[in-house]
Design a protein around this ligand. Sequence first.
Ligand code: NDP
Length: 473
Amino acid sequence: MYFLLLDLSRSIADFFISHKSINRNKIMHASVTEFMERIKARNPYEPEFLQAVQEVAETIIPFTEAHPKYRKFKILERIAEPERMIMFRVPWLNDQGEVEINRGFRVQMNSAIGPYKGGLRFHSSVNLNILKFLAFEQVFKNSLTGLPMGGGKGGSDFDPKGKSDNEIMKFCQSFMTELYRHVGADIDVPAGDIGVGAREVGYLFGQYKRIRGEFTGVLTGKGQDWGGSLIRPEATGYGVVYFAQDMLATRGESLRGKTVLISGSGNVAQYTVEKCISEGAKVVTMSDSEGFIYDANGIDSEKLTYIKELKEGNRGRIKQYAEKYNCDFYPGERPWKIKADLAFPNATQNELDEQDAQTLLANGCICVAEGANMPCTPQAIQAFTQAKILYAPGKASNAGGVAVSGLEMSQNSQRYSWSREEVDTKLQQIMKRIHMICVKYGTEKDGYINYEKGANIGGFVKVADAMLAQGIV
Ligand code: NDP
């Protein structure tokens, strides 16, 4: 009965579309609402996952109305349903000899165009909802890179902050003792994300190698002496800056002399700062979960080296920067109220809301490029696109990380390493390609490039065509 009603309402909608008798946007909206109702019924209490699906549905459903084959075979609905979700217990002993229990996950979202690929996140906020949203985004992102990688994501509610190296190693070993059954160089290739850097990838890889007795490219982000790719640590941060430069070029602008806000102080943030500095921009903020620093003189290379040591070596807090360099620290706040030309939200999801967007716009911001995954709320994105400033969603602008992970996989298969210059050149080419795809699918009648629409459609088409070719699987 429900499906009958659904078909009936679709036919009515189609009738009105073809007769152009009522506002087309309203009908589009109705089909998105209908679609989302079905997704919500199957995934209740998963707000971030629903947010990510809705954002994609709003551009893909109108597109599929003009391309009925995708609709007939329910491609978007199938992409929104993970192929497989694995959840497991991760018991380990802390330094006091007490038993600790965490939960481990791997969401294998879509393998139409290659083995599952996507990071592992270790953070107290991790749950199935967060990983499903990340895995869903990853499918489109990986497709945009042009490399043969499906989408997945995993992790645990384990938080490495405040843990000793020994505890982190024990946790990683226990985590991999279950995960090893589900991953492999041609099956599923995890990498890092929040809370998972070179150290964690090392412990995970060591345990996989020990259990399987084989040295393969099962993880990316490996150390350079044991199968890692040059430029992988830098790739996401550099890539987001390359993408922003391509965006600015469409308006005859460049980064030189621009003032830049960056949130976060982890892997993505650090290398975004590094590339911005080398391109002649002035970065005035960085943050962590305790607040942000504002350095009106700009963060230079020497100060950035201090941040890298502080965060990677000593696991310190960003407020120590303010103490060392005598600048302002804003506890519990985010950097978006500072006047600047560009903003790179590079910490975590939903860290930039509508109010922040309005403040950025009022202060003359011309470009927002996401280094994090889904850092801007839907209302913030709407404010940017209505104001017609340059706005790039993470699935396009932060794809450099997974792109170089894909290059690491290629190098592992060939048992060969490319030079720094070779990898960096390939990264730049991939970011340019993604930009071109966004322009192709996202340019509107008035010439405005809607990067969100371009990235969604561009990412969708390749996966959708592969799914059509492979049948109902
Ligand atoms: P890191 O763990 O290296 O750094 C994360 C940074 O974000 C830290 O400064 C952290 O502060 C801050 N942060 C994390 N959670 C919160 C929160 N709830 N509120 C405020 N600040 C927070 O992670 P990455 O730099 O690797 O990842 C950052 C973002 O980029 C994530 O969204 C990730 O998914 C995305 N990304 C990462 C890629 C990669 O290659 N690493 C690739 C593509 C996307 P604190 O230390 O206080 O927790």
